[in-house]
Design a protein around this ligand. Structure first.
Ligand SMILES: [Zn+2]
Length: 593
């Protein structure tokens, strides 16, 4: 049984069968239906997006025995001959192999003669940019005064190399890369017709790998069918492509969000069975975290071209912006350190465990809660004690000699790695690992507080009176900062914030500033808050007002301290001096507060 490659078998025979390029097809269909035909068309675009396919369909539209049409019958003599590549009046030239001027002359010598069978003589010149200058000149003469029975269909991946004189005589169509979505749609249709089982995830992998080319996508699909045994599965396609099965990344992120170290290590162990590229897993995770961060700030910020928007949105909603940034940073550093790891697998494991070890306990809003966690005898300590006890009990009941409770609780991630490999067959489960509110965590949190870093404010807790505190935590710069500094928080309801801007400052305000402040707030809260700025008279103190007042108070205090200083008074007395009060400045001027 002969096997015809999919790209050839499923080459579209009319515009309806084309995947993508609807913008081009619409124009062509309109032109054909209203019989407004140009004599030269130029199709541009990267490889495999359908340039020559469209040109061949167009040749059929022009020459179908049933008349010029946007829907050639596909059955008449002309249609069949074109389909089989033996239609005398369709002259296909690959310019890459016929660059010489003699070739072009020879080709164009016959232009003047009427078509032998069809309505039009159609010259399809592929990779037209490869023609020599002389060839272009020869072509140009014909393009300037083409006989009415001739149509030129030119295709190129590199239109910049065409002389302007040629470009200006062609109707140009830019073909786009086909989106992975379209490719998945197309390949799933073909597989259904071919009655081959498949998993949709596999098609997304192929769709992404094809980088916009239908031809490449179908070639890869051919390989996948040959590679898989009867069913095109995600696992086998990712193996074929040397890709990472995206579901691994999704599950890893799930486990990170759930703070489940055991699950994280289990997933890495499972992935290891397919001997994957661990560096690639980390890269994919980075890319995933990056897209999550975008969604947190702009919910519609990513398209669904990879078929995973919903999943990313779900993850983005489950992790606060601060932790997400931390994970990204740790992953980035982990990738950098990968060459120094014992082996790529342990490098990945350490990076993932580091994320869990440094995760702040929930959204850190309430400093009191953190402080109580570090207090001896506090609630958290009790629960940690309890956990340790559970570890002891389970470890003892399961396999007392294997791992001591102390090792489990305090061991380094490297030991944990060993432990989980061991635990695959043993009864000891790493579920008993201390969760983020363990000792290490409390220590990290305490350190954070001791260093005086302000606690971020959660949107739900935000009150107008907290505006000055919030303002000082927003990373605003320039005019946007000046404007926000002269505002008070007028109202918060749900995700909507209203600032009131002092009317004196209204002259420098425009909507760009509002957008900038809004963007900074979105990053800060990790939620797409909507900001409105009204102008009016302030009824409470703005950050700028607060700063002025504080500066003035500091100044008064400095003047007072200076004048009352015993040494200064003695100097004044002894030398009959005079204090120049306006030369006094406080030692440190804090910014805004
Ligand atoms: Zn026909």
């Amino acid at each position: 049984m002969s096997y015809q490659v999919l790209a050839r078998k499923w080459r579209p025979r009319n515009f309806k069968e084309m995947a993508g390029q609807s913008h081009v097809l619409k124009t062509l269909i309109n032109a054909l239906d209203s019989n407004r035909l140009h004599h030269a068309y130029l199709f541009t675009g990267t490889r495999g997006v359908g340039k020559t396919t469209i040109a061949r369909i167009l040749a059929r539209c022009l020459n179908c025995d049933k008349g010029i049409t946007s829907e050639p019958c596909g059955e008449c003599g002309s249609c069949t001959e074109i389909n089989e590549g033996r239609f005398l009046d369709l002259i296909e030239v690959d310019a890459a192999s016929r660059t010489k001027v003699e070739d072009t002359r020879e080709l164009l010598d016959n232009v003047q003669y009427a078509p032998s069978r069809g309505r039009f003589k159609v010259y399809l010149i592929d990779e037209v940019h490869m023609l020599s200058t002389h060839s272009f000149n020869a072509l140009l003469k014909t393009l300037e005064e083409p006989p009415p029975h001739v149509k030129f269909l030119l295709a190129t991946t590199d239109p910049q190399k065409l002389p302007v004189t040629v470009l200006s005589r062609c109707l140009q169509f830019n073909l786009k890369n086909i989106s992975p979505e379209k490719l998945v749609e197309h390949t799933s249709y073909i597989l259904e017709q071919e009655k081959i089982d498949f998993e949709e995830g596999a098609l997304w992998l192929l769709g992404r790998a094809a980088q916009g080319s239908v031809r490449d996508c179908l070639t890869l699909l051919d390989q996948a069918i040959g590679f898989c045994d009867g069913k095109v599965t995600t696992a086998s396609v990712s193996e074929l492509l040397g890709n990472i099965d995206r579901s691994v990344i999704v599950q890893l992120t799930d486990a990170l969000i759930a703070q489940d170290a055991a699950q994280v290590l289990k997933l890495v162990a499972e992935a290891a069975e397919h001997s994957p590229d661990f560096v690639l897993i980390l890269q994919e995770l980075l890319s995933w975290l990056h897209r999550m961060a975008i969604v947190q700030v702009v919910p519609d910020g990513i398209d669904n071209s990879q078929g995973d928007r919903q999943q990313i949105q779900k993850h983005a909603a489950s992790l606060n912006a601060e932790t997400l940034q931390l994970y990204y940073q740790i992953a980035l550093k982990g990738r950098e350190d990968m060459p120094y790891a014992l082996d790529p697998r342990s490098g990945l494991e350490m990076t993932l465990l580091r994320m869990l070890a440094f995760t702040p306990a929930g959204i850190p809003k309430m400093p009191t809660k953190r402080l109580s966690a570090s207090q001896p005898g506090g609630n958290s300590s009790v629960s940690t004690e309890k956990k340790k006890k559970q570890v002891v009990e389970r470890a003892v009941s399961a396999e007392p000699a294997a791992i001591t409770p102390a090792e489990l609780t305090y061991s380094t991630p490297a030991t944990l790695t060993g432990a989980v490999h061991q635990s695959t067959n043993s009864a000891i489960s790493l579920v008993d690992l201390p969760k983020p509110d363990d000792n290490t965590q409390s220590l990290t949190s305490t350190l954070l507080i001791d260093s005086g870093s302000p606690s971020p404010i959660a949107l739900a807790d935000l009150k107008p009176a907290m505006w000055i505190t919030l303002f000082n935590q927003l990373s605003l710069t320039g005019v946007a900062r000046t404007i926000a500094g002269n505002c008070v928080l007028h109202d918060v309801s749900g995700m909507q914030l209203v600032l009131l801007l002092q009317d004196k400052q209204a002259a420098i305000f425009n909507d760009e500033h509002r957008k900038r402040i809004e963007a900074v707030m979105r990053t800060y809260f990790g939620i797409a808050v909507e900001l409105q700025i009204k102008i009016g008279t302030l009824n409470s103190e703005s950050p700028a007002g607060f700063r002025l007042r504080k500066e003035s108070e500091r100044m008064q205090r400095a003047v007072k301290l200076f004048s009352e200083d015993v040494f200064v008074q003695e100097l004044v007395q002894r030398f009959d001096g005079e204090i120049q009060y306006d030369s006094i400045t406080p030692l440190t001027v804090q910014d805004w507060v």
